[in-house]
Design a protein around this ligand. Sequence first.
Ligand code: NDP
Length: 254
Amino acid sequence: MSTDATTTPTPRADGAGTEPTGRSVLVTGGNRGIGLAIARAFLAAGDKVAITSRSGEGPEGVLAVKADVTDSDSIDAAFAEVEAAHGPVEVLVANAGITHDQLLLRMSEQDFTSVVDTNLTGAFRVVQRATKGMMRLKKGRIVLVSSVVGLLGSPGQVNYAASKSGLVGMARSITRELGSRGVTANVVAPGYIDTEMTQNLDEDLKKQYKTSIPAGRFAQPEEVADVVTWLSSDQAAYISGAVVPVDGGLGMGH
Ligand code: NDP
């Protein structure tokens, strides 16, 4: 009898997909929205999941640790707690982010620097701390949560777009520095996702957005989580420095 290749998985020569789960995963900003969906997806796959946020709260099943990504000491303390409980962080998702929209001419330097400090420098702080352990492990997965706006641009978001496009250069430089050590670094660029960050947008603006999205709809946080968990899997071991859009086609060509 012949083997049906569509139903019988062939073991891969590199062993990908056969590794047990149970990795130490850390998701920043994992107490709500996209970060929470990502944390839940890793949990469902059998990983040991820790999340950070400024409130320190989180759902059942995850280790919720208080940390502000703008404060290196609090990040260091959070990593120490996570490492003691779960071991060195093998998968890092830098997801914490804020917006502070304002048209360029009215944007204060503080509006600009506060967003960059959280979204870009905040990612640098956690990535730098996590890679110490990853280099010892000789493996690691880094996923930076950017935005379609990082490459497309958006009026009123000079600060946010600058912070999010900076993550692309960061992931690609990490790839060049640590690619040979079994560490991958990728960017996920969501479009419009239904979370607290977007639910207060003006209804007219929401309608306008919807008409410009080829998929004709907004996405749920779980749709971003699926891509993040896949990029963190063994199957994605040869993908690094990539920008993966989850935007219904909104940012095509950018
Ligand atoms: P939410 O506003 O729902 O959640 C933001 C998360 O970031 C919270 O967990 C918040 O926790 C955390 N956070 C913010 N500032 C800090 C800080 N200084 N230190 C630690 N944690 C912090 O946002 P979303 O879930 O919508 O967004 C998640 C990521 O996805 C962000 O980076 C965002 O830019 C990006 N994104 C979102 C899109 C969308 O349409 N929603 C589209 C494209 C990208 P707490 O306040 O408790 O500290």
